[in-house]
Design a protein around this ligand. Structure first.
Ligand SMILES: C[S@@+](CC[C@H](N)C(=O)[O-])C[C@H]1O[C@@H](n2cnc3c(N)ncnc32)[C@H](O)[C@@H]1O
Length: 171
């Protein structure tokens, strides 16, 4: 259920923060404006924030610095360890994924960066359904992710790895 990439993320965890800086050519385009995008997502969030796919905790750290109460969900053990170190244990980073996670009673914001594309469209719809029930009235869903530039390009990709069709886009 959307967790098939976890081993890859365990392996990537120690070099992930280098990848997002633009130092590695293969990731330069994917992570263009990474810091700015995370800052925008953090600025648009408020209150009790539920974060999915926290990775090494870069967005988590920005949310915490802005005074949010954060509950971060991350399925990769190795990523969680790095995020825990970065946050000095100030934020709870728990095992889970977009569909299976300890449910808080309510949240003000649900956020995620560079992770939602791991779900199929069916899983995305299920997740959004659950998020609607968790968000307080007036609550915010703030997602940033990579997408294909055109549907034609998406169509050229081998279907078994084509998980990137955007279900919706949030600016
Ligand atoms: C590219 S990293 C992004 C990390 C972080 N959000 C950031 O912006 O740097 C994707 C993260 O999503 C996590 N992930 C993969 N599948 C997931 C799923 N089904 N539910 C939640 N997170 C998932 C991975 O373990 C990884 O930490």
């Amino acid at each position: 259920m959307g967790r098939e990439f976890i081993e890859l993320f365990d392996e990537w965890s120690t070099s992930y923060d280098n990848s997002v800086t633009g130092n590695e050519i293969e990731y330069r385009e994917v992570f263009k404006d990474y810091e700015h995008i995370l800052e925008r997502v953090a600025e648009l969030s408020y209150g009790h924030v539920l974060e999915f796919g926290a990775g090494t905790g870069n967005l988590t750290k920005k949310l915490f610095a802005l005074g949010c109460k954060v509950t971060a969900i991350e399925p990769s053990h190795a990523m969680r360890m790095i995020a825990n170190d970065k946050l000095n244990g100030k934020v709870k980073i728990v095992d889970g994924d977009f569909l299976h996670f300890p449910k808080p009673e309510y949240v003000d914001s649900i956020v995620s960066t560079y992770a939602f594309h791991h779900l199929t469209n069916e899983e995305k719809a299920k997740a959004i359904d659950a998020f609607q029930r968790l968000l307080k009235p007036g609550g915010k869903l703030v997602f940033a992710d990579t997408i294909f530039t055109t549907s034609e390009y998406c169509g050229q990709i081998e279907p078994s790895v084509r998980r990137f069709e955007p279900l919706f886009a949030v600016n």
